[in-house]
Write a protein that binds this ligand. Sequence first.
Ligand SMILES: Nc1ncnc2c1ncn2[C@@H]1O[C@H](COP(=O)(O)OP(=O)(O)OP(=O)(O)O)[C@@H](O)[C@H]1O
Ligand SMILES: [Mg+2]
Length: 227
Amino acid sequence: MSGARLIERVRGLAAGGDRVVIGIAGCPGAGKSTLAGRLVEGLAAAGLPAVWVPMDGFHLADVALEALGRLGRKGAMDTFDAHGYLALLRRLRAETGNVVYAPSFDREIEQPIAGAIAVPPGTRVVVSEGNYLLADDDVWRRVRAAMTEVWYAEVDDDVRLDRLTRRHVRFGKTRDQAVRWVAEVDEPNAALIRATRDQADLLVDIDALDLTDGHAATWSRGAGRSG
Ligand SMILES: Nc1ncnc2c1ncn2[C@@H]1O[C@H](COP(=O)(O)OP(=O)(O)OP(=O)(O)O)[C@@H](O)[C@H]1O
Ligand SMILES: [Mg+2]
């Protein structure tokens, strides 16, 4: 599945005129955020105004995690405000006459930031992404139902673990801390996420796509061709 084919697929879903919400699930470090960013660029270049709204914006803040005793496993399913995310997804589909603001997640401080992302009335496509979009759990099943389609980002596990560890180091962990965090926190979550793969509407092979900076803008030019 090429970038151009992804754009064409979304164009088809948006043809009815309703705002479309695409979700991207996948293991930690699979490339969900990178793909979402490129997809939004590619859609805009194809004439479909799109905004990226990450599930990561619904990380509970440290102050709340501390009160719950869950600070040590930030990123696990019960460290997100799933009901808040569901409410926002519903608003994004229903409220197309006013700007809807979404929270972002700042990796430098590892905290959510309220009101950081504007979704203006003309937005045709919302691209959301996160670990648990396909989880078999009551509220997460409703999150899934609030999306038009959910895709699953796949990448070779060795490549993923290498990228994930490097990203932790880039955001301030020592190499040892990064390796430990991946083994003790990220990978138990990965096992749960991997089990949801078969629920996806589409499997996306991350390394078969050109996700280099700026290239997604050219995806629209190839749209309509096979690949
Ligand atoms: N196709 C690619 N080629 C090279 N590096 C990539 C590619 N895709 C993603 N990366 C890098 O891999 C790392 C993980 O990617 P990304 O942050 O998009 O994953 P994610 O699935 O959103 O992870 P998380 O679940 O932790 O949010 C990042 O440092 C990113 O720059
Ligand atoms: Mg991400």
